[in-house]
Design a protein around this ligand. Structure first.
Ligand code: GLC
Ligand code: CA
Length: 519
């Protein structure tokens, strides 16, 4: 386990929309370098950068054409190496996005794989043995290559699935995941990882980490075996490198596959109630997000799913709660500023390694009805340029507005504006990260215990010697709780909360952290 991870607060950067330094309307790596002090000032100690590799950008870069080359629109490989170096000097770690399940259809491997004559890459993708075949629940494409067969997709049409084999092959063209022919794909993946780790990257956020072995068994044992093998090599050669999975199943990802952390997500049909979004049993999203001040939210719906998962991974890895990511609506779609403050406060004080998506710290809006860009569809409204100040294009780029990657939400706020207001969400987030960074009891694996987690009541929990109280409702609430040990003094608060005569009196929309006195 990399030592730095348990104290990390991550900042996710969608590079195309962060900061443009050469006026072409697209964010770039030199732009990230220039804003490292901003990241540091925000209190974040690690970055996750969405794919920045060469790509035709049919899925915003998740369609990789060359894993070892930075997309020219973002800069050069040297720029990225410089980013690692500069970030490290400032105490910031950098995770790249690793896309192991598929490439772009324009990747050289795929072009070779589609050739009629057999070659080194013929088995790198999943091909049937007949041009008209299409099989069992997976999407297959025919008619694109000279090879007599169809190939499996992993996501969009532009993203053919890499071949890590099948768990139990059923047809002659299906290869077992243990077969030497597909073990070459694993080797290629490890080779890409080493390439970036050797250049100074601190690990990876792993895209669709559970998608490697096809028709995998219950709990994905084939895919887990591949990751365990990688983790073993990582522990030996790069013990300080971190692996964070997009799996949405902490038990499988952490206990069985060996990831250090797994995201707590609510999309791609994994359907958990997260802190930010709440769902009906039939999967429809409702309006009862926990932090809404109408008080209709119910923390027990989140805890019911979260606590057992947390218990299973105890001592083995971390769950990563997120403000949102590049695939989900921004939290400001449902929550106003006062509600967002409590959301950040909670995410930054619960166990695990938290992730802040760029712009959420200033309450950037989800821009409704944005025309799709690079395969974004409804995700596009979450990917608009960062709003830095009140100059042209909100300081994102000097390009003419119509040349920008996406339109800037010029009606929205900006870092410059928010930083001036003492009570802004931005300054609250900074205070919270500072609190987290200065309290051992708020590190990822410090003890956690729910004291009270019931609908209509304040949410009360302990982290080590801290007692934390959240009351999102716009009315005060008093509860009598059995708290053993000293309560001590309040070290951080939003709104008013007091503990008196064995009762917690939580004011409307309040958050408070009490710390036991030093003995
Ligand atoms: C992941 C990414 C998403 C991408 C998909 C295919 O879910 O987060 O943005 O479109 O994988 O790579
Ligand atoms: Ca640029």
């Amino acid at each position: 386990m990399p030592k730095w991870l348990k104290n990390a607060v991550f900042y996710e950067i969608y590079p195309q929309s962060f900061y443009d330094t050469n006026g072409d309307g697209i964010g770039d790596i030199p732009g990230i370098i220039e804003k490292l002090d901003y990241v540091k000032e925000l209190g974040c100690s690690a970055l996750w950068i969405n794919p920045c590799y060469d790509s035709p950008f049919k899925d915003a870069g998740y369609d990789v054409r060359d894993y070892k080359k930075v997309a020219p629109r973002y800069g050069t490989n040297e720029d990225l190496y410089r980013l690692f170096k500069t970030a490290h000097k400032k105490g910031i770690r950098v995770l790249l996005d690793l896309v192991p399940g598929h490439t772009s259809e324009e990747h050289e491997w795929f072009k070779a794989s589609g050739k009629a004559e057999r070659n080194e890459y013929s088995d790198r993708y999943i091909w049937t043995d007949c041009w008209i075949a299409g099989m069992e629940g997976h999407p297959y494409i025919g008619g694109e290559c000279e090879r007599d067969g169809t190939y499996m997709l992993n996501f969009f049409k532009s993203q053919p699935a890499l071949n890590y084999g099948f768990y139990r092959p059923k047809w002659p063209w299906q290869i077992s995941y243990k077969d030497e022919r597909v073990k070459k794909t694993r080797e290629a993946l490890w080779d890409i990882m080493c390439f970036w780790l050797d250049k100074g990257c601190d690990g990876f956020r792993v895209d669709m980490a559970d998608s490697l072995v096809k028709d995998d068994g219950e709990g994905k044992p084939g895919t887990c075996e591949i990751w365990r093998e990688i983790r073993k090599k990582l522990d030996k050669q790069y013990p300080e490198a971190a692996l964070v999975s997009e799996w949405c199943n902490p038990e499988a990802a952490i206990c069985n596959a060996g990831f250090h952390a797994d995201f707590y997500l609510d999309h791609w049909g994994n359907g958990y109630n997260t802190l930010m979004r709440d769902y009906e049993p039939n999967g429809d999203e409702n309006d009862n997000t926990y932090f809404k001040k109408d008080g209709n939210g119910d923390i027990s719906r989140f805890l019911k799913e979260y606590l057992p998962r947390l218990e299973k991974i105890k001592g083995k890895g971390y769950i990563s709660l997120i403000t949102c990511n590049h695939d989900t609506p921004r939290p400001a779609r449902k929550l106003d500023e006062s509600e967002l403050k409590l959301a950040f406060a909670t995410i930054l004080t619960l166990p695990g390694v938290p992730f802040i998506y760029y712009g959420d710290e200033i309450g950037m809006k989800y821009v409704e009805n944005m025309p799709t860009k690079e395969g974004g569809y409804t995700r596009t409204g979450t990917r608009t340029p960062m709003q830095w100040d009140n100059t042209r294009n909100c300081g994102f780029s000097s390009a003419p507005a119509k040349k920008l990657y996406l339109p800037v939400d010029v009606k929205g706020t900006s870092v410059a504006k928010e930083s001036k207001n003492k009570d802004s969400l931005f300054n609250t987030v900074k205070a919270l990260t500072a609190l987290k960074n200065s309290c051992k009891d708020l590190s990822a694996d410090a003890p956690f215990e729910v004291v009270l987690g019931k609908k209509g009541k304040p949410f009360v929990y302990r982290r080590g010697r801290l007692l934390i109280v959240v009351n999102p409702a716009d009315r005060a609430s008093s509860v009598k709780v059995d708290i053993c040990g000293e309560i001590g003094k309040c070290i951080y608060s939003i709104g008013n909360t007091e503990i008196k005569d064995g009762k917690i009196n939580a004011g409307a929309q309040s958050f408070a952290v009490f710390k036991e006195d030093d003995r």
